[in-house]
Design a protein around this ligand. Structure first.
Ligand code: ZN
Length: 139
């Protein structure tokens, strides 16, 4: 398992990038819009991992709801796994709450699932199955 990315909720990508890109000096590898999640994402590689700045694209976006409740800040951490379904079976058997929509395909064609913060010490944890990791596993 590895740290795949850290998701950070921001009101405005443009404004957030003034800090992360212009002041801190991180590189922006690209942008993605995820219509299902109502979010626009800026991808900032950071060593073996990356930051994902998450800007809501609608009032009812989960990110907009997070910001209105808790303000901007770290929204979730994502762990890369090679066999998502096997991990989810094991976690569910251990009583961990997995949020609806598990196993859907998100950014860059990766399958993912979210674990409820109440099962993870208050942290929203995402599991991401990297396609290349799945291939390595199969060899
Ligand atoms: Zn994520």
């Amino acid at each position: 398992m590895k740290l795949e990315h850290i998701g950070i909720a921001v009101r405005s990508l443009e404004q957030a990038l003034r800090f992360y890109r212009d002041t801190l000096g991180l590189r922006v590898a690209g942008f993605e819009t995820l219509p299902a999640e109502k979010v626009r994402v800026a991808l900032l590689p950071l060593g073996e991992t990356r930051l994902e700045l998450l800007e809501p694209t609608a009032e009812d976006s989960p990110i907009a709801q997070f910001i209105s409740k808790r303000g901007e800040g770290i929204h979730h951490i994502a762990l890369g796994v090679s066999q998502l379904d096997a991990h989810l079976r094991q976690l569910e058997a251990a009583g961990v709450r997995v949020l609806p929509g598990k196993g859907e395909t998100g950014a860059s064609g990766h399958r993912y699932a979210f674990l409820h913060p109440s099962s993870c010490g208050g942290v929203l944890v995402e599991l991401v199955e990297a396609p290349q990791a799945a291939v390595r596993e199969a060899k």
